[in-house]
Design a protein around this ligand. Structure first.
Ligand code: FES
Ligand code: MG
Length: 575
């Protein structure tokens, strides 16, 4: 039975509709905006949180899309207000957008709390913008619907189809190995990112917008629609229309985001061969809802969910192919036995109803269950004396012979040290070495930058080797690949065992056994621990020192300790 609010029950009524001088002022100031009373009074206010800015090429179509959302809101009898929020541009923002995910989450929560908003449209897509907007909306718990920015067109170089990130790393390695010259690199520069929209591989952006869709926070099929498609424009208007209904229905994230919804998001991420970053973001989002999602949930799911999407970096195709093959609903229709159909979504229909009619139009892109890209999921959670609180590897994107490997450590203290020494002539490196990067975690990075795909030494590349075991407390771009063990927790900066590794120590990675061990006697480790000194923070003031004081470790989602959960702040007094 659907709930329906009366106009006086709308949250915004307290701003506009009461017999107080404050309310009078809000009406007068809306006349100042150029609106007459009959245009907005009694209508739900739909806040459109737009992460557009001119240094975020992934969202550069969002100025127009916001107008499409508004069109939908007006059509359905709502009052749209666009509220710009910070953009997290994966390509430009330094040192890493991860430093600012929680800032956008805080801004989202406080914007919809402090303004007369009845429902929110969350416009995002470039990597961290999706979890950030959703985390804020979950904590505020007003009706909210997510509008994914859509993937960009496939990249192209002289007729060869290219994927963002993935193929750039590959060409850059070839350039360093002396295999391609400047003219090709110039064409690559012009062909790799050909349109607005997020990275069109199954990187973090595609993974997280898909997760948002499975969670039930977008219209059905929204995540895969290419950014520049007319279907994207229509989806934006439909999202605006639906937001108005959601305001009347008072349909909140707390109604939609159940433990089952998160379990299904994990399943979908694995079936997609999605980004390792999803582990951190989904754990953080679940904690906002008070749901205990852990690394072990990912590992358990990974053992039973096959990778069906043949998308780069693990597979061959790109997001437009995935869209034309039927998109996420089509993929989900092949794993319905692993999903929970009877749960609500923002669409007003159940999750199961949304995907009931979905069909796969291309078995090469969305593989049948009998012919998966990989029988096991794309993630393994490793533990051992080197990662007591866990580490993550996307083994489907690694060279198989490295998945059980013992080799001598070669340790780098931070990214600068790595870049300075990796090509030293006398670096004692062989293809068997285990490259270790520390000081790149949530506090040490700071911000846990995407430095986890450590570059291989030129010498090794020239010998034709393209993968080595690499271990770090960093993250890795969702478009990256290789035998990279990531998110080692606790990080070295807070005294995790990674801080105690020395050159030549033997490290064993065994993905099958889910092990990551350092072959050094405990007495020796205790001696090294006693000598260890914690590095200081680089921050003296400002947001950085807030971050340093409150950031949680990777296994807990890197949220700020004081942001977990929802509620806890009073509704603002409008009288
Ligand atoms: Fe925006 Fe990749 S840079 S999604
Ligand atoms: Mg990325």
């Amino acid at each position: 039975m659907e709930r329906r609010l009366a106009p006086e029950q709308l949250r915004s009524h307290r701003w506009y509709g009461t017999e107080t001088v404050r309310s009078f002022n809000h009406r007068a100031r809306t006349r100042q905006l150029g609106l007459s009373a009959e245009e907005h009074m009694g209508k739900p206010v739909i806040g459109i949180l737009n992460t557009w800015n001119e240094l975020n090429p992934c969202h550069i179509h969002f100025r127009e899309r916001a107008e499409d959302v508004k069109r939908g809101v007006w059509q359905a009898g709502g009052y749209p207000v666009e509220l710009p929020v910070i953009s997290l541009s994966e390509s430009f923002q330094k040192p890493t957008t991860m430093l600012y995910r929680n800032l956008l989450a805080m801004e989202t929560e406080e914007m919809i709390r402090s303004y007369p908003v009845d429902a929110a449209v969350l416009m995002g897509g470039c990597d961290k913008t999706t979890p950030a907007l959703l985390m804020g909306a979950i904590s505020m718990d007003l009706p909210a619907i997510f509008l994914p920015c859509g993937p960009m067109l496939p990249g192209n170089l002289r007729g060869e189809v290219l994927g963002s990130g993935t193929d750039v790393w590959r060409y850059w390695a070839d350039k360093r190995a002396g295999l391609v010259g400047e003219p090709v690199m110039r064409d690559l520069e012009e062909g790799i990112a050909r349109s607005p929209g997020h990275c069109m591989t199954m990187g973090t952006a595609s993974t997280m917008t898909s997760a948002a869709e499975v969670l039930g926070m977008t219209l059905t099929g929204a995540a895969a629609i290419p950014a520049v498609s007319s279907a994207h424009t229509r989806m934006a208007a439909a999202t605006g229309r639906r937001a108005v209904d959601m305001a009347w229905e008072d349909l909140r994230p707390s109604h939609i985001l159940t433990a089952e919804a998160f379990a299904d998001a994990v399943t979908a991420v694995l079936a997609l061969g999605g980004s390792t970053n999803a582990v951190i973001h989904l754990i953080a989002m679940a904690r906002r809802r008070g749901i205990d999602l852990t690394l072990d949930d990912f590992d358990a799911a990974s053992r039973k969910v096959p990778v069906l999407a043949d998308l780069r970096p693990s597979g061959t195709y790109l997001m437009e192919d995935f869209y034309l093959a039927g998109g996420l609903p089509a993929l989900l229709s092949r794993v319905t036995d692993l999903l929970h159909p009877d749960r609500p979504t923002v669409t007003g229909r159940s999750f199961g109803e949304g995907i009931a009619d979905a069909q796969v139009y291309d078995d090469k892109v969305i593989r049948p269950r009998e012919d998966p890209l990989s029988q096991e999921g794309g993630l393994a959670v490793l533990r051992g004396n080197l990662a007591p609180d866990g580490a993550v590897i996307k083994h489907v994107a690694a060279e198989p012979w490295l998945l059980r490997h013992t080799g001598p450590a070669l340790v780098f203290d931070g990214h600068r040290d790595l870049m300075r020494r990796i090509n030293d002539e006398d670096l004692p490196v062989t293809p068997d070495s285990v490259l270790v990067l520390r000081g790149a975690g949530p506090r040490g990075g700071p911000g846990m930058p995407e430095q986890g795909m450590l570059p291989l030494p030129d010498r090794i590349l020239k010998a034709g080797v393209r993968d080595m075991v690499r271990i770090s407390d960093a993250r890795m771009s969702g478009t990256s690949y290789g035998a990279c063990v990531l998110h080692v927790a606790p990080e070295s900066h807070v005294g995790g065992p990674l801080a105690l590794v020395r050159d030549g120590d033997l490290i064993t990675l065994d993905v099958e056994a889910r092990l990551l061990t350092l072959d050094v006697p405990e007495e020796e480790l205790a001696r090294r621990r006693a000598e260890w000194k914690q590095p200081g923070t680089v921050f003296r003031r400002g947001y950085g020192s807030l971050f340093d004081a409150h950031i949680l470790q990777a296994d807990q989602g890197c949220d700020f300790d004081f942001l977990a959960g929802s509620g806890g702040a009073p509704e603002p007094d409008t009288e």
